[in-house]
Design a protein around this ligand. Sequence first.
Ligand code: FES
Length: 262
Amino acid sequence: MAEKSSKQAPRVATGDRAILPEGASTIPVYVMGKKYEVPESLTIMKAMEFVGFKFIRGAGCRGGICGACPTVYRKAGDYKIYFGLACQTVVEPDMFLAQIPFYPANRAKFDMETIEPTAEAIHALYPELFRCVACNSCTKACPMDVDVLGYISAMKQGNIAKAAEISFDCIQCGLCASRCMGELPQYHIGQLARRVYARYIQPKADHLRKRVEEINSGKYDKMLEDLVAMSKEELEKHYTEREREPDLASPGEWKPQDTQYL
Ligand code: FES
């Protein structure tokens, strides 16, 4: 190991991500074909930023929720293509990285106000459903471990509720569609199933209907007016002194003493 030069700049906490903490280990990765050394603990997104890339597209929540950062990568000596979310996947030595900020799959046009809540209506909007050959490439590509083939099969069988449930964790990144030899836009189909199910099929929540009626009847208007009229100090006092549910209360058992707004 080379001895430290006496002229080496001292490591200081500047907030600059390009200055490594003392003793940090780095690994080689390839971004768009060029080799870089990056700290081994970074996600793909942070590693790309570390070497100078700036995300103005293809990044959103940075928390694995929005689906904006689908990534494909390869590993040295391995012909397989791997998939992940750039904000969640930690770099490995000799990864070959690329970014797919957006996957342009066809999306059917429909009007949620007039669509028939039937499987036939969804089949008519997405007839390519029946080009699925059940190869399961979509499921293998999913960074959220959604059973994509499972919900596509449910939709082919006409089971909107099952398709909505299985696809619930989809974050619309589009990697499933990028791998489909039948050219299905799976993530759009799953989203339509969930929307149709939620709007027309799922049993309505009685307590929600009651609460909406109360809001529309003006039950909370006075309370809101009082809140809006409060000063910042009054609001803070009101907030910190509010009646709180105990942390260990059993679900459904606790009720506030003031029940006027229940
Ligand atoms: S940035 Fe939102 S899922 Fe990665």
